[in-house]
Every structure is written in structure tokens, then in C-alpha cells.
Design a protein around this ligand. Structure first.
Ligand code: NYM
Ligand code: MG
Length: 214
């Protein structure tokens, strides 16, 4: 006899430019999941709390300079150090919402001139997102939203390149996994579009094994 297998959680990645509203939408999504009694966990990347995360934070806040490949690998290592925990949660039936993931890792480094193939390599094998919601916003509009902060990359020119690269990376993922959401709408509008996608994915992943980023 076999015991009925517990439904696994979904791995949901929220991506976009700085100021696109990712963290707000992650919060709103967590509230909606809680209302529906769907167990869920929010994981932000970079996770600045770990020792590697502290190095990343020093780099982003420009108090430390790091060579481009070096910081690229640290961002990836920050995901790998949390990967077993994420996998455990998913297999325990917990849906995991990611505020940025491998896609940010690829495009922000590629925007500095590293090749896309190089940038993708260290993340290959990480738990694969079931769906990516790309909160799409024009870099100029993002800049107008009260301006960017003072961190590295937070200038319109870099963000413009990053947006173009997100679209390239999204094409490789395909329309099934990569969902472009117009982030120019109101909080409520964006929230409802996000929920429409997530609700279905949470329902559908049940029997499937967690994939791997490739
Ligand atoms: N970033 C984020 C990267 O360059 N590589 C990565 O792998 C990740 C996850 O860090 N400008 C960049 C994108 C952001 C910055 O993110 C910090 P946030 O969401 O502003 O804390
Ligand atoms: Mg930021």
C-alpha cells in the first residue's frame, strides 16, 4: 500500500527592475496566500543576513569593491547556501515566494558585459521556479517613482540595459514559465494579475517534482 503523497509547494519567482514594486507585491501575495490557508514562505535574494550576504551588501552599498566575476559568484553562492532549505520547504508542501532569483543574477552581471552563458552557469541545478512573474516597467518610469536609491546599479542607464536582458532571458524560459506583468498599473491591478497566475500554479504543481534551473 502507498500513502497518498503530500502536495508539494510551488516555487514562485518575482522579478523586475529596482522600483518595479517587487517587494510590495511579494508582501501582498503572502497576505493572499495566508487568507487562502496556503502555507507559504518569503525568501528575498540577495539574503543579506548570511556571511556571504554581508559581503554582497557591502558591495551593493559601495563600501566594498569586488571584481565582476567574484561578485557574480557570490550572488550565486548566496542562492546555493539557501537551496537545501528551499527544497525542504517545497517538499514539505510550503509554497516559496522569491523576491528576485537567478534571473536577476544573470541580467545584472550581463549588464556589466559578462556573457549570458557565463552568467547562467553557476546557477544551473538550483531549484527551478515553477513560474516567474516579471514585473515589467520602463526604466524611465522606474526612475520617476521617487528615484532609485543610492546602491550600485541604481541608475537609469543600467536599469535600461537590465530590462532588455530580462526580456532575452525570458524568451529562453518560454511563455509557460515567464509571465510578463505590466507593473505600471495600480498596486491592486498588479496584485490581481499576479494572483491569477499564482493561484493556478499552486494548484497545478501538486504531483510534479521540483525542477532544476537549466
Ligand atoms: N542583484 C540581485 C544582482 O546583481 N545579482 C543577483 O543575483 C541578485 C539577486 O542586487 N539592484 C542586484 C539587483 C539589485 C540589487 O537587490 C539588490 P534589492 O532587491 O534591491 O535588495
Ligand atoms: Mg534595490
Amino acid at each position: 500500500t502507498s500513502t497518498p503523497k503530500k502536495k508539494r509547494g510551488a516555487l514562485i519567482a518575482i522579478e523586475g527592475l529596482d522600483r518595479a514594486g517587487k517587494s510590495t507585491q511579494c508582501q501582498l501575495l503572502m497576505e493572499r496566500l495566508a487568507e487562502r490557508n496556503i502555507p507559504a514562505h518569503l525568501q528575498k535574494f540577495p539574503d543579506r543576513a548570511t556571511p556571504i550576504g554581508k559581503m554582497i551588501n557591502a558591495y551593493l552599498s559601495t563600501s566594498a569593491a569586488l571584481e565582476d566575476h567574484t561578485i557574480h559568484l557570490l550572488f550565486s553562492a548566496n542562492r546555493w547556501e539557501l537551496s537545501a532549505h528551499i527544497l525542504q520547504l517545497l517538499n514539505d508542501g510550503v509554497t516559496v515566494v522569491l523576491d528576485r532569483y537567478v534571473y536577476s543574477g544573470i541580467v545584472f552581471s550581463a549588464a556589466k558585459g559578462l556573457s549570458l552563458e557565463y552568467c547562467r552557469a553557476p546557477d544551473v541545478g538550483l531549484p527551478g521556479a515553477d513560474v516567474v512573474l516579471f514585473l515589467d516597467l520602463d526604466a524611465e518610469v522606474a526612475a520617476q517613482r521617487g528615484g532609485f536609491g543610492g546602491e550600485r546599479y541604481e541608475v537609469q542607464e543600467v536599469q535600461g540595459r537590465v530590462r532588455g536582458l530580462f526580456n532575452v532571458v525570458g524568451e529562453r524560459e518560454g511563455e509557460g514559465r515567464w509571465r510578463v506583468v505590466d507593473a505600471g498599473g495600480s498596486l491592486e491591478e498588479v496584485r490581481e494579475v499576479v494572483w491569477g497566475v499564482v493561484e493556478k500554479v499552486v494548484e497545478e504543481v501538486g504531483g510534479k517534482e521540483v525542477g532544476r534551473f537549466e
